[in-house]
Design a protein around this ligand. Structure first.
Ligand SMILES: [Zn+2]
Length: 122
């Protein structure tokens, strides 16, 4: 391999010319940038989908007439709930941490129980 051989970030072919060149030309530069953007967009889209699904599952568990409901952790998992994603956390004065997916949250209890709550107001 010749010294200072640089490969185009767009097409991976060797680049000739200035040392600081990263692309053959504008075509390769655009291709590369478009690819980067669509990767980032699909990453964001996937996470948004997971969060929306989590929210839908929590909403479906909580009867309209109730403020909270206790369900088994497994019941949420079976619906496809993903415990790895939430929008924010809420720490109570008692030191309990609720995980929220938008306005619906949950607290993990003992023995694989989960307490589902809905944010009040606003
Ligand atoms: Zn190229």
């Amino acid at each position: 391999m010749e010294p200072n051989l640089r490969l185009c970030l767009g097409c991976a072919k060797p680049i000739r010319g200035r040392v600081d060149k990263k692309f053959c030309d504008d075509y390769c530069r655009n291709n590369f940038n478009n690819r980067q953007n669509s990767d980032q967009n699909s990453f964001v889209r996937n996470i948004n989908n997971i969060l929306r699904k989590n929210r839908r599952i929590l909403a479906g568990m909580l009867p309209e007439t109730e403020e909270t409901v206790k369900v088994k952790r497994e019941k949420l998992s079976n619906e496809g709930f993903n415990y790895g994603y939430h929008t924010h956390l809420y720490l109570t004065q008692k030191g309990q941490t609720y995980s929220f997916c938008y306005e619906f949250g949950y607290l993990q209890l003992e023995h694989d129980w989960v307490l589902i709550v809905k944010r009040k107001g606003e």
